[in-house]
Design a protein around this ligand. Structure first.
Ligand SMILES: NC(=O)c1ccc[n+]([C@@H]2O[C@H](COP(=O)([O-])OP(=O)(O)OC[C@H]3O[C@@H](n4cnc5c(N)ncnc54)[C@H](O)[C@@H]3O)[C@@H](O)[C@H]2O)c1
Length: 313
């Protein structure tokens, strides 16, 4: 069925892959983004097929949309990396933005899928992966605001009947992920791939033995769409992850192996709020949404490097 969707943050990394997939599936798409960390070039190939509003999500109510949406994918976010430096900006986008989206959903009768963050849990303990029942322990304003936004979804469901599903991503990586020095935004895999492509020295914060649960962007998109299609509408929370730990040093070795080179490495101070161990169970998403990741870290990074090579030619 052809549905009308609004995607906030659609010019960003995950958002642009989501827009691409939904467009291929024949849906009617409207994208809202303020381009603070997104790029028009990410969706240049689809510009005649989508409607774009360049605006702040927290001001969504001042936009006069010409259609009524069936669903809203809410991805717009201020990055985690800048949330300690600019906590007020984080509240504007991540808290006020969420309320604005829920208000719009209430008016349109639309379902919301909100992309939250598994970093809300803080560090994983020894003896098994984190799951949706694990204790929350946010370590940055970004994570705290994501948690508050999840509660907003629940409150709007319980009081106004607004349908929503919350997904908590593990660490997403893939093509088009940007390193943004201005926003202090240096995603792990994208940074190492850039370093390899440019022959740059790699900086690792801490000893490199901290781990990530790395999910390839196409797998994250698969999960988000399944969440929208699901009949679970009560702001239930689902982890979208791989249940696999990969250390920062291992990521470096995968990049080196695919690029066929040995990189210069500098170890420096750990980052404030950094998480030591990340491993998340996706059992609940598997059972209730039919979600199952398809790509290994090696396959995902190989695709990313191929994309970077093609772009460089
Ligand atoms: N990438 C990851 O590893 C990861 C992990 C956990 C959660 N998430 C969540 O997934 C979603 C997508 O993340 P991403 O990696 O694609 O990030 P991204 O920064 O590439 O995309 C976010 C987009 O939101 C836009 N934006 C920022 N502030 C805005 C505002 N006030 N109004 C309108 N647009 C605004 C940016 O320009 C950008 O295009 C986010 O909600 C993020 O919190 C991502």
């Amino acid at each position: 069925m052809n549905l009308k969707y609004l995607i906030t943050g659609g010019y960003g990394f995950v958002g642009s892959h989501l827009v691409e997939k939904l467009c291929n599936d024949g849906h009617d798409l409207t994208v809202m983004d303020n381009l603070s960390n997104g790029q028009l070039s990410n969706l240049d190939h689809l510009k005649n097929k989508i409607t774009t509003y360049l605006a702040n999500v927290e001001q969504i109510q001042s936009v006069h949309f010409k259609k009524t949406f069936d669903g809203i994918f809410h991805l717009a976010t201020a990055p985690r990396s800048s949330s300690l430096k600019d906590p007020m900006r984080d509240i504007e986008t991540n808290c006020k933005g969420m309320i604005a989206v829920l208000e719009l959903a209430k008016t349109h009768g639309a379902k919301v899928v909100f992309t939250s963050n598994s970093g809300i849990y803080g560090s994983a303990q020894e003896g098994g992966p984190i799951n949706e029942n694990s204790i929350n322990n946010p370590t940055t304003p970004y994570d705290a605001n994501k948690l508050v936004s999840e509660y907003y979804c629940k409150i709007y469901h319980d009081i106004y009947g607004v349908s929503s599903t919350v997904v908590r991503f593990a660490t997403v990586y893939g093509e088009r992920q940007q390193v943004n020095e201005r926003l202090n935004w240096r995603p792990l895999v994208a940074t190492f791939v850039k370093n390899a492509m440019n022959g740059e020295e790699v900086t690792i914060n801490g000893d490199g033995e901290q781990t990530r649960d790395l999910i390839y962007v196409q797998d994250a998109v698969q999960g988000v769409i399944k969440a929208m299609k699901s009949s679970i509408n009560d702001a239930n929370i689902f982890l979208l992850s791989t249940n696999t730990e990969t250390s920062v040093n291992q990521v470096l070795h995968v990049v080196e192996a695919i690029a066929g080179l040995r990189m210069r490495v500098k170890y420096s101070e750990p980052l404030p709020g950094d998480i030591r161990k990340m491993r998340y169970s996706y059992d609940k998403a598997k059972v209730k949404l039919g979600f199952e990741p398809q790509f290994s870290v090696h396959q995902g990074i190989e695709r990313m490097m191929q994309y970077s090579r093609n772009k460089a030619q």
